[in-house]
Design a protein around this ligand. Structure first.
Ligand code: KG4
Ligand code: ZN
Length: 371
């Protein structure tokens, strides 16, 4: 079964065709990072406008890259929650229109649940067409997992808006074991980057600066919470702010926007490394506790922060099962993960009426459990 996935929940316009939930036939991602970097973060109105401009070419390219026509597409899957309302509207409207015009079944997909399915993509298809029609298609650098994760599967979901530990008993059947009580970890990366003067998006720039920093220079606290498997990252962000103020010799009422220029590159790198070390330790310690208590057969990580190499390294050291990580460009927003999850929906659920689908900007993942 060939599923066309469409994703526009934030600042990436993406479309992809995936066969049988695991074979990537095409994966087109149009990132708006350059547009938003000027503002230091995503501007919702600008994001929506940019989606409108590129959604049709992105979808057409996903079909062309896969060497397919509309007749070859069996099902459409589209992100309808959660995300920016204006962004979600563009993707869902495109998907609903196509579903009606081309008479295809349509499945609305939860973005956070879809992130987990980046780990179910195990094969690249379409190598012939890649060679035949001039290239620019699937990057040959994808190192996909060799097998799909087994259930029960523990998922550490870490993105710009979410930090959760979810135990999957099967497709569509899962329980939320822990989550952040305040900021998401990706949000903390982005905010700390802003404080110390590293470019947006903060995750990759902190990871890069941390490579040459000393993680033991600044001692930062790990939050202690009453919820057994919950996280907190707001205190860590404030601890970085206080440590920076102390380091450059200003009081706590000094505007945070003026701190970055007082730091040297060396200090910036050391703050990046110290923050990353503490954030990663918080995630890994809690994941390890859940692992020991629940003994899942597999562990996966999902969401933009799953691209973090330090997190991958530490998890592999502390979790006593082999973890096969999805490639970095399938950890950040893309539509292949949406198409993969769409396949499992199509195996288990009736499609939605295209006229009934509404976007749900803040729907939690547990509200989409099938069983
Ligand atoms: O999943 P995603 O692409 O979008 C959301 O659904 O939020 O995640 C974006 C988040 C941003 O906060 C970004 O800074 C973070 O993922 N991120 C990283 C890395 N790459 C992206 N965080 C840490 N290390 C990275 N290498
Ligand atoms: Zn995402």
């Amino acid at each position: 079964m060939k599923v066309l996935g469409i994703e526009t929940s934030c600042d990436e316009t993406a479309a992809s065709v995936v066969e049988d939930g695991h074979i990537i036939l095409s994966n087109v991602v149009n990132s708006q990072i350059d547009i938003h970097a000027v503002y230091g973060g995503v501007v919702p109105e600008v994001a929506a406008r940019s989606h409108i401009e590129v959604i049709n070419p992105v979808i057409n390219k996903a079909l062309a890259d896969a060497n397919l026509t509309w007749d070859d597409i069996d099902t459409i899957a589209v992100t309808y929650a959660p995300g920016l309302v204006g962004s979600l509207l563009i993707g869902t409207l495109a998907a609903r229109t196509i579903a009606l015009l081309k008479n295809k079944p349509l499945y609305p997909i939860h973005h956070i649940e879809a992130h987990v399915y980046a780990n179910f993509l195990t094969e690249m298809g379409n190598r012939d067409s890649e060679m035949g029609n001039g290239g620019g298609l699937l990057p040959t650098t994808y190192h996909l997992p060799t097998t799909q994760p087994a259930f029960p599967m523990l998922a550490l979901i870490v993105s710009g808006g979410h930090s959760q530990l979810v135990l999957f008993h099967n497709h569509g059947d899962y329980e939320l074991l822990g989550q952040t009580v305040d900021d998401a970890v990706g949000e903390a990366f982005d905010k700390v980057a802003k404080i110390i003067g590293l470019p947006y998006p903060g995750g990759p720039s902190i990871a890069k600066a941390a490579e040459t920093g000393n993680p033991d220079i600044f001692k930062l606290p790990q939050a202690k919470l009453s919820g057994k498997y919950d996280f907190s990252f707001s205190g860590l962000k404030t601890a970085v702010l206080r440590a920076v103020q102390h380091e450059v010799g200003v009081t706590i009422d000094y505007p945070s926007s003026g701190l970055a220029e007082l730091l040297s590159d060396r200090q910036r790198q050391d703050f990046a490394a110290s923050f990353q070390k503490t954030a990663v330790k918080t995630l890994v310690d809690t994941t390890r506790r859940v692992f020991l208590d629940y003994q899942p057969k597999s562990v996966v990580i999902a969401g933009g922060v799953a691209a973090n190499q330090e997190l991958r390294k530490e998890l592999s050291l502390k979790i006593p099962v082999k973890i096969e990580y999805a490639p970095m460009n399938l950890c950040t927003d893309n539509a292949a993960m949406v198409a993969s999850l769409g396949y499992y929906y199509a195996q288990n659920k009736k499609p939605s009426d295209p006229l009934d689908i509404e976007v749900m900007p803040s729907l939690s993942m547990t509200e989409t459990i099938w069983s």
